[in-house]
Design a protein around this ligand. Structure first.
Ligand code: KIV
Length: 272
């Protein structure tokens, strides 16, 4: 059993803020289905993100834009059924919160009611401030997401490092302060220079979770399928692969195919 697992029964948004205050790093991974979420939760991960990266990883889309609120609720409810300890944060998908605060609140309420998730995450700074406030006013915890925000990929044009220039870095710092003031319980910083990420983490009292944002933040998040090497075509510098499941699974599956064809499987012990 991991140290973190012994220490906390059920992770809440307050646990995460306390962890930052104590200098304890926060571990976060994505999951989109029951079986994976059970493994991730059992291994002692603090936060499970039902990310809209499900659009890429589970559905094979090029971007996160096509995934719908109904799809997110389906994934999130599968995850929630598996989880006993981690905090489950669910992404509000593209188009479900940007047009107006009322719609944002309706979307967040659907996620909370229909999936049983514990919090929502949404991308952006001052542009979505009113939506964030509306959701928070309803008692729904909100995690912010700044830096590379994949739902705006067509505005950026590429998935390269964000906020390298002063103007964008300044806006990001202001947005982080705004998210804290508005009442967000945490912020994800994606693919920005490590020095800037550390500066932001030190400027706010809520936990800052990084992906491609260096080690000076309060925790780390990765996409599970990348981290266990199930995907193999995505190779950013920030990614550490802990397994090569793509190769292991390919070998196992081709061995199974050979065994079926050679009638090696099933053997006498594997039948009734
Ligand atoms: O959707 C997702 O997986 C995310 C992480 C990359 C932070 O937002």
């Amino acid at each position: 059993m991991s140290v973190a697992k012994k220490q906390y029964k059920r992770i809440t948004v307050k646990t995460l803020v306390d962890m930052k205050a104590k200098g304890e790093k926060i571990s976060m991974l994505t999951a989109y289905d029951y079986t994976m979420a059970k493994i991730v939760d059992g291994a002692g991960i603090d936060v499970i993100l039902v990310g809209d990266s499900a659009s890429n990883v589970m559905a094979g889309h090029e971007t996160t834009l096509p995934i719908t609120l109904d799809h997110m609720i389906y994934h999130a409810s599968s995850v929630v059924r598996a989880v006993e300890r981690a905090l489950v944060v669910v992404d509000l998908p593209f188009g479900s919160y940007q047009s107006d605060p009322k719609e944002a609140l309706r979307s967040a309420i659907r996620i909370m009611k229909e999936s049983g998730g514990h919090a929502v995450k949404l991308e952006g700074g001052k542009e979505v401030k009113d939506s964030i406030k509306r959701i928070l006013n309803a008692g729904i915890p909100v995690m912010g997401h700044l830096g590379l925000t994949p739902q705006s990929i067509y505005k950026f044009g590429t998935y390269t490092v964000r906020a390298k220039e002063d103007e964008e870095a300044e806006k990001l710092k202001e947005d982080a302060l705004m998210l804290e003031r508005a009442g967000c319980f945490s912020i994800v910083l994606e693919k920005i220079p490590a020095k800037l990420a550390q500066e932001v983490a030190e400027s706010v009292s809520i936990p800052v979770i990084g992906i491609g944002a260096g080690k000076g933040v309060d925790g780390q998040v990765l996409v599970l399928h990348d981290m266990i090497g199930m995907t193999h075509e995505f190779n950013p510098r920030f990614l550490r692969r802990y397994m090569n499941l793509y190769e292991d699974m390919t070998n196992a599956i081709s061995q199974y195919a050979k065994d079926v064809k050679s009638v090696d499987f099933p053997n006498d012990d594997e039948q009734y």
